[in-house]
Design a protein around this ligand. Structure first.
Ligand SMILES: *[C@@H]1O[C@H](CO)[C@@H](O)[C@H](O)[C@H]1NC(C)=O
Ligand SMILES: *[C@@H]1O[C@H](CO)[C@@H](O)[C@H](O)[C@H]1NC(C)=O
Ligand SMILES: *[C@@H]1O[C@H](CO)[C@@H](O)[C@H](O)[C@H]1NC(C)=O
Ligand SMILES: *[C@@H]1O[C@H](CO)[C@@H](O)[C@H](O)[C@H]1NC(C)=O
Ligand SMILES: *[C@@H]1O[C@H](CO)[C@@H](O)[C@H](O)[C@H]1NC(C)=O
Ligand SMILES: *[C@@H]1O[C@H](CO)[C@@H](O)[C@H](O)[C@H]1NC(C)=O
Length: 441
């Protein structure tokens, strides 16, 4: 219904466009009638196995949220094997082809370039986070700020803040995800803010949705905290350190209601699925009984519910969706330097072994992403930052950030024991993720 309302609002001026929309509307109607059509992932033709139950996501249009940080499962049982059946994206696929890239910009190497990097000054970015301002927190070796990503067979488009603002004019750019994605959002603010006079920009207080506005461009750059994409008990932007993760695997509605009006969406999700089993509370469950599933399986359910939203609700002629692949961690220095016992602490230069891949980037997760994202075709642009970030063992804050908890003497005497080898210093690696975003916009 909302679909046809949206269509009716369009004023079509050219017969060609009118014809296109007619086809589009007919397709929409057809699609709605055929909505039982599902993509059956993993459909093995093994008649021995019990048939997999496919649950259509996002059906329960709840206004109030079911989960919050105090939620508990009333009981937990084994995973029933239910999967998410999502809309076939081909039924309503858009016409636009994402530029037929002759060059793989994600394959390349880091080049020391202190002439053009960093792209901004850490101390002059008012939106900098104390978790990421490594120089401010004592990191004296600032070589990590000077690396340029050089694709093998072409050049990345040069970052130009004014040009980026022109692309954003009248639009909402929204980052949706976890603290890694928040880092990329802060990087974007730092990259963009210098060309906007101080009295023409503003930012709302930190909340689940935080909004940066640039008056002259009537544009916003926003961040929505949604670390597991679907509704979960970890959606509080501040208090989310919990003993157990509970998700509603078939519901992205709570979050999509906040992101559906954005014009350009940048999603990520990964590390929160790497913390052990996840509890599933299906929308149809009335007694608060959860099922338990490993992180990768749960992530696939959440990605499928998200993909259903992209496939069925997104008009690719009007909006852009990006998905940022796994951000690697550097927790074990023995992986790049056999025999050593540390982590990213004290690492000062990138890894130069082409194709280096550490255990922080989970291959089964990547294969799952390949599968889900490739079905969405041109509806989503993948920012495949995993390999290029894998090289940057030098790019993490390690001990040079603000730590919220008080550090004990035995920690302080052993820096690797409390090093942050997950997030990234700014200026640094996430700036390049944003240059890639700029490249594809
Ligand atoms: C860049 O690095 C080179 C070599 O380390 C050094 O000689 C030069 O002074 C640096 N330039 C700037 C602008 O930092
Ligand atoms: C960054 O800004 C600070 C304060 O204005 C200044 O002291 C410092 O030299 C600047 N750093 C660079 C690399 O330009
Ligand atoms: C940046 O983009 C603006 C607007 O497109 C253009 O006028 C300007 O020349 C560009 N600057 C550089 C350094 O390329
Ligand atoms: C500003 O952008 C919003 C969309 O984000 C649009 O609805 C509104 O009409 C724009 N206002 C002006 C004055 O252009
Ligand atoms: C757990 O059971 C209690 C009592 O039956 C009920 O009030 C509560 O809503 C249930 N929890 C959930 C998450 O459904
Ligand atoms: C990302 O790139 C890696 C190689 O670095 C490749 O194996 C993987 O399939 C790519 N993933 C996606 C989702 O494009």
């Amino acid at each position: 219904m909302t679909q046809s309302q949206r269509c009716n609002r369009k004023r079509t001026h050219s017969p060609l466009i009118a014809l296109f929309f007619l086809v589009f509307i007919v397709c929409s109607i057809l699609y709605n009638e055929l909505s039982i059509q599902r993509i059956h992932q993993d459909s093995h033709h093994d008649h021995q196995e019990a048939p997999v139950r496919y649950i259509q996501p996002n059906l329960f249009d709840r206004k109030s949220e079911v989960l919050d940080r105090f939620s508990k499962c009333n009981a937990t049982r084994e995973y029933s094997g239910s999967k998410i059946g999502w809309a076939d994206p081909r039924v309503k696929s858009g016409r636009r082809r994402v530029g037929s890239e002759r060059c793989d910009v994600f394959s390349g190497k880091w080049v020391f370039d202190n002439a053009s990097y960093p792209l901004y000054n850490e101390s002059q970015c008012p939106y900098m986070s104390d978790q990421l301002a490594c120089h401010k927190h004592g990191r004296s070796d600032v070589r990590y700020q000077y690396w340029r990503w050089q694709p093998h067979n072409c050049n990345l488009k040069r970052w130009n803040a004014t040009e980026m603002w022109e692309k954003l004019r009248g639009k909402r750019l929204m980052f949706v995800g976890d603290s890694l994605n928040r880092g990329q959002w802060i990087s974007m603010l730092c990259l963009l803010q210098s060309v906007i006079p101080e009295n023409k920009r503003s930012i709302t207080p930190n909340a689940q949705l935080t909004i940066f506005r640039a008056e002259e461009y009537n544009a916003t750059v926003e961040f929505l905290w949604a670390p597991l994409l679907v509704e979960s008990n970890s959606d509080d932007p501040v208090n989310h350190r919990l003993d157990e993760r509970i998700i509603c695997p078939d519901s992205v509605l709570k979050h999509s209601s906040q992101w559906e009006q954005a014009d350009i969406l940048v999603f990520n999700s990964y590390l929160w699925w790497r913390q052990g089993p996840v509890k599933l509370l299906w929308s149809s469950e009335e007694n608060g009984v959860c099922e338990e599933l490993d992180g990768l399986g749960a992530m696939e359910l959440a990605m499928s519910a998200w993909a259903d939203w992209v496939a069925s609700k997104l008009n690719p002629l009007k909006k852009r969706v990006f998905f940022v692949t796994m951000s690697p961690t550097h927790l074990w220095s023995r992986e790049w330097q056999p025999g050593s016992e540390g982590n990213c602490y004290n690492e000062k230069i990138p890894i130069d072994l082409e194709g280096y891949w550490g255990s922080g980037s989970d291959l089964p997760t990547m294969r799952m992403l390949d599968k889900v994202l490739s079905k969405l075709g041109s509806k989503v642009t993948v920012l495949n930052i995993t390999q290029l970030s894998e090289y940057r063992k030098d790019g993490h804050p390690s001990i040079y950030r603000k730590f919220w908890e008080t550090l004990k003497p035995q920690q302080l005497s052993n820096p690797p024991s409390y090093s942050d080898c997950i997030h990234w210093c700014l200026p640094g690696v996430p700036d390049v993720w944003n240059e890639l975003l700029f490249h594809f916009l």
